[in-house]
Design a protein around this ligand. Structure first.
Ligand SMILES: [Zn+2]
Length: 169
């Protein structure tokens, strides 16, 4: 399934950065493999200013709404990494419903790993599964619309809202 287009450029050397930022057809900027990336390879750390979730809400409000949440990475301890402030290229990795990468939190740091072997030129993505506490109104849904095109695309970057503890038997 690794079909090389004749126009594809030479792969980048293995010791150079595995990725580059370019315009994406999915959404704004995207991050693309510059060379073959091995399954399980740690590609990049998701860096940015570490803030409280209250501060992230204030920043989202200031920037004109929740759209800024796509640069926020929520940590297990409730704090947030704001990739929009002092962040690196990892913030440009787009969401997808059938992603080729996965974000892992380790000791309060977040790293993006390859789930599969990724061919040179392929766009990197992971499932944001954003938690949005407020009502998922039509406007909010529109803002977090997913157009990744995967057969299983849920149409949204948002994690489904948890139902009030209704147990399955
Ligand atoms: Zn999708």
């Amino acid at each position: 399934m690794t079909k090389k287009s004749p126009s594809s450029s030479e792969p980048a050397p293995a010791d150079s950065p595995a990725y580059e930022v370019r315009r994406s057809e999915i959404h704004g900027n995207g991050v693309f493999a510059r060379r073959l990336i091995e399954a399980g390879e740690c590609i990049v750390e998701y860096t940015g200013e570490r803030i409280t979730s209250d501060e992230s809400a204030i920043r989202a409000e200031k920037s004109g709404g929740p759209v800024n949440h796509t640069f926020f990475f929520s940590l297990a301890d409730g704090n947030v990494i704001d990739g929009g402030s002092g962040g690196n290229d990892a913030r440009f990795i787009n969401h997808a419903c059938e992603p080729n990468c996965e974000a892992y939190e380790e000791d309060g740091k977040v790293f993006i790993y390859a789930l599969y072997e990724i061919a040179q030129g392929e766009e990197l993505n992971y499932n944001y599964a954003l938690i949005y506490e407020e009502r998922h109104t039509a406007a909010v849904k529109k803002m977090f619309e997913c157009r990744c095109g995967a057969p299983s695309c849920t149409g949204s970057m948002l994690a489904p809202k948890k139902r009030a503890s209704r147990k399955k038997k």
